[in-house]
Design a protein around this ligand. Structure first.
Ligand code: ADP
Ligand code: MG
Ligand code: MG
Ligand code: MG
Ligand code: MG
Length: 442
């Protein structure tokens, strides 16, 4: 552990912390807060702070609604930006039931369950996410537009580097919150950015993703911009992905690295890839959870469409970056930043472990351009597609017992219920595209 109780009380005093946010995440990946004053710190650390679980989407019904927040003491950090008197600190919390046991519908609890399964097999998991996002201008009322800072430069007097300045500020604030930033750059699409931070153990990485999104949104707002992590805000240009670099370690060594293995990869690495591929369709509803997610997974925009892996090519679903030794890793390229990072990492790990347990050998690597193959060539290589829609993804999820087990009945039921509704609502709405196509034609 990084901190003990005394450390927290000391830091609270030293930094004049007045408010503390207790954070947790609902099953849809939305960060939730219960704000307390420092007077309640003792009680919070004892895990005695209650909230109404029925007020959180996808948690519980009224009858069973008393839930408790258990702060993860190591997640303590103060926000570097200031608003009003005193500093604001936060803890990331696990959700517990009134009987004191972990709540099986809490995404953070779900990830810890799969991590415990990995630990039993001798593995720890490391995760390095690459989170892309768009920055849009806001209008005079502060509402987000679809105008990016770099487009706006043509017409307005806005400085062209509005987004660049905001990004620099984000990096500085993240570093103040103990993030180790490895890279930060403008992405391919106008208004699109990526900030990469150093990999960490899976639970910390999922926490970091949630903190990252929160910081990026907050700082964007302070620059008069809106940051969005939706997968495909604009048709015709690249969407935002969240590549997930992942590796397993055993006895302090990277278990994916084997200097004697083919491509210097271990059998564990191959089976892990095999598991990811076997369950890629079944877990898509989790890694790509919105109607909009599937508008990113189309040919022509650097996002994967087919279930394939390669050690050379940058375009397939699973890529093996060239680095070996401690950096040996598998990069899963379909997840997008609208996913719940706890659940997405949980299902990917579960899929990989299933590959290792059942020695699932992946099909041969595909190093040619799949987009140029005809159906017969794809069939010969048994190349499957990712689901084409949220509807298809939910169907696949319901057919994948391994992934369902990882989520557990509670989260699974709520998730499927909500995603089915989401699809149905979308399906029955009349879109601009339909009007443009049909209104005058018929
Ligand atoms: P790309 O070449 O796909 O753009 P990046 O350099 O943007 O990749 O990001 C690579 C990510 O992989 C970083 O977050 C880095 O910390 C992470 N990473 C490095 N080694 C490992 C490892 N062993 N396990 C998991 N992630 C790792
Ligand atoms: Mg990158
Ligand atoms: Mg890179
Ligand atoms: Mg990128
Ligand atoms: Mg990448």
């Amino acid at each position: 552990a990084r901190y003990n109780r005394d450390d927290i009380f000391r830091m609270v005093k030293e930094q004049n912390v007045q408010f503390i946010r207790l954070q947790f995440t609902d099953i849809f990946g939305v960060l939730k807060n219960v704000a307390i004053t420092v007077n309640q710190l003792e009680k919070a650390l004892d895990g005695e702070l209650m909230f109404d679980g029925s007020s959180i989407d996808g948690f519980v019904r009224i009858e069973e609604s008393d839930m408790y927040l258990r702060p993860d003491i190591d997640s303590w950090v103060t926000f570097p930006w200031h608003s009003g008197e005193g500093a604001v600190g936060r803890f990331i919390c696990d959700v517990h039931k009134s009987d004191g046991t972990p709540f099986e519908g809490d995404p953070r609890v779900i990830l810890q369950k799969v991590l415990a399964e990995a630990a039993e097999m001798g593995y720890t998991m490391n995760v390095g996410p690459e989170c892309e996002f768009f920055l849009f201008q806001t209008d005079e009322k502060g509402r987000p537009t679809l105008i990016t800072h770099d487009n706006a430069g043509y017409f307005d007097l806005t400085p062209v580097d509005l987004g660049e300045n905001a990004r620099r500020d984000m990096v500085i604030n993240l570093e103040d919150m103990n993030f180790e930033i490895e890279a930060s750059h403008h992405e391919v699409a106008p208004g699109q950015h990526e900030i990469d931070f150093k990999y960490a153990d899976a639970l910390t990485a999922a926490d970091n993703i949630q903190t990252f999104k929160f910081v990026v949104r907050t700082i964007a707002q302070r620059h008069g911009l809106h940051a969005t992590f939706m997968a495909k805000p604009i048709f015709g240009i690249n969407g935002s992905g969240m590549h997930v670099n992942q590796s397993l370690f055993k006895n302090g060594q990277n278990a994916f690295y084997d200097p004697q293995g083919e491509l210097e990869l271990s059998m564990d690495a191959y089976y892990y890839i095999g598991g990811l591929m076997q369950h890629a369709r079944g877990m898509a509803a989790v890694t790509n959870p919105t109607v909009n997610s599937y508008k990113r997974l189309v040919p022509g925009y650097e996002a994967p469409v087919y279930v394939a892996w390669s050690g050379q090519n940058r375009s397939p679903l699973i890529r093996i970056p060239a680095k070996r030794g401690v950096s040996t890793r598998v990069e899963m390229r379909n997840p997008d930043p609208s996913c719940n990072p706890y659940l997405a990492i949980a299902v990917m790990l579960k899929a990989g472990l299933d590959g290792i347990k059942n020695k699932i050998t992946p099909p041969p690597a595909v190093n040619q351009n799949i987009y140029e193959m005809n159906q017969k060539e794809k069939d010969d290589l048994a190349i499957n597609s990712l689901p084409g829609s949220l509807e298809e993804a939910v169907k696949e999820l319901k057919n994948d017992a391994v992934i369902m087990y990882a989520l557990g009945n509670h989260a699974m039921d709520r998730f499927v219920e909500a995603k089915t509704l989401e699809w149905d609502e979308y399906r029955t709405k009349v879109s601009r595209w339909e009007i443009d196509q049909y209104l005058t034609k018929f």
